[in-house]
Design a binder for this molecule. Structure first.
Ligand code: HPA
Ligand code: ZN
Length: 319
C-alpha cells in the first residue's frame, strides 16, 4: 500500500502523456511535429526550464474541447490514485489556452467534470489553482482573473508559473491583491531558477501561503530561518529539478539538508508526463537516491496534508 499523500504542485497540462497527446491530436485533426510517441519522448531532453516550456506549450495544441480537458484530468487522477494520492491541488494555465482560442469556460468546465467525479471514482479530493504566466504582462494576468470570475466557485487559489528569471513576483502585486480580495488562496513558484530573493518577495509582496519549489532558499540562511519559523510549506519536485537541471543529479538534491534544517517540505511531481515519474515514483526515488528513510517519507506525506488547502469540512475529514 503506498503512503496516503496530498499532491500540491502538479500542472495538469504536464500530465499529458504522449499516447494521449496523439489520441487527442487525431480526434481534433491537429498535426504534431513528431512521427510517433517514441519520437516525441526522445524530445524530452531538456536544457533548462525554457526548453521544457517550449515543448510543453507546443503540445497543448491538442487540447481543444471540454472532453479533452476532462480526459486529461481523469487520466491523471487514475494514475495518482494508484500511487496513494488522496488529495490533489491542481494547477492550470488558462493564458496558454486562451491564446489558442480555447476559452476559460472550456478549460474549467472540462477539468471540473473530471474533478466532480474524483472523490467517488478515484478517492481523491481536489482543488483547482489558476496560474498566471509570469513571462506575460501584469495586465494580461489581471484580464485572466477577470475572465475567471464566472468560474470562481470552482477555483480555490492563484499561482504564478512559467519562465521565472527576469519576472520577479512584485510584477504581479496588483493581481494578487485583487485575487485575495476575491477570497482566493495564494501560492507562487519562486526560487526554482530564480534567486532566493524572489522567495522573500513572493511572501512579502504577494502574501503567498506556500512556495512552489523554493529550493534556492538554501542560498540564504536568514531566509531558511524565516521559512522554518513561519512554517511556510515548500512544494518540492526533485525529479523536475533533475530534468530541468536545477540540480545536476538526484543524489545532490538538497532535500535531506532542507528537512534537517526544519523546513516544511512536501514532495510533488510538477509535470510527471515529462519528468519521468508521478508522485509515488518521486517518494521511491528520494528513498533510493537520497536515503530518505521510511520515517522521513511519512513526515513528507504528513507535511503534504498540513500544507494543503483543506478546510476541515466533513468531506475533507473523511480523507
Ligand atoms: N516551473 C515553471 N513553470 C512551469 C513549470 C515549472 O516547473 N511547469 C509548468 N510550468
Ligand atoms: Zn511547477
Amino acid at each position: 500500500m503506498p503512503i496516503p499523500k496530498a499532491e500540491l504542485h502538479l500542472h495538469i497540462e504536464g500530465t499529458l502523456e504522449p499516447e494521449l497527446a496523439f489520441a487527442l491530436a487525431a480526434r481534433n485533426g491537429v498535426q504534431l511535429p513528431y512521427a510517433d510517441t517514441e519520437e516525441l519522448r526522445k524530445a524530452y531532453l531538456f536544457e533548462d526550464l525554457q526548453s521544457f516550456l517550449d515543448l510543453y506549450y507546443g503540445l497543448m495544441a491538442v487540447l481543444r474541447t471540454e472532453a479533452d480537458f476532462e480526459k486529461l484530468a481523469d487520466a491523471y487522477l487514475a494514475r495518482a490514485a494508484a500511487q496513494g494520492v488522496r488529495h490533489a491541488e491542481i494547477f492550470f494555465d488558462p493564458q496558454a489556452h486562451i491564446a489558442r482560442g480555447v476559452g476559460m469556460g472550456t478549460v474549467v468546465e472540462g477539468l471540473g467534470r473530471a474533478l466532480d467525479r474524483s472523490a467517488e471514482r478515484h478517492g481523491i479530493s481536489t482543488r483547482l489553482i489558476m496560474c498566471f504566466l509570469r513571462d506575460q504582462s501584469a495586465e494580461s494576468a489581471m484580464a485572466t482573473l477577470e475572465a475567471a470570475k464566472p468560474y470562481l466557485h470552482r477555483i480555490t487559489g492563484v499561482g504564478l508559473d512559467s519562465a521565472e528569471v527576469g519576472h520577479p513576483p512584485a510584477k504581479f502585486a496588483a493581481v494578487y491583491e485583487a485575487a485575495g480580495a476575491l477570497g482566493l488562496r495564494k501560492v507562487a513558484h519562486a526560487g526554482e531558477e530564480g534567486p532566493a530573493a524572489y522567495v522573500s518577495e513572493a511572501l512579502d509582496v504577494l502574501g503567498v501561503e506556500r512556495i512552489d519549489h523554493g529550493l534556492r532558499c538554501m542560498e540564504d540562511p536568514d531566509l531558511v530561518e524565516r521559512l522554518v519559523r513561519e512554517r511556510v510549506p515548500l512544494t518540492l519536485c526533485p525529479l523536475s529539478n533533475v530534468r530541468l537541471r536545477a540540480v545536476d543529479i538526484l543524489e545532490e538534491h538538497p532535500l535531506p539538508r532542507m528537512m534537517a534544517a526544519g523546513l516544511l517540505c512536501t514532495l510533488n511531481s510538477d509535470d510527471p508526463a515529462y519528468f519521468g515519474g508521478y508522485v509515488g515514483d518521486t517518494f521511491h526515488a528520494v528513498h533510493e537516491a537520497l536515503g530518505i528513510d521510511p520515517e522521513g517519507l511519512r513526515e513528507l506525506a504528513r507535511n503534504s496534508f498540513e500544507a494543503a488547502f483543506l478546510d476541515g469540512s466533513a468531506a475533507d475529514e473523511a480523507l
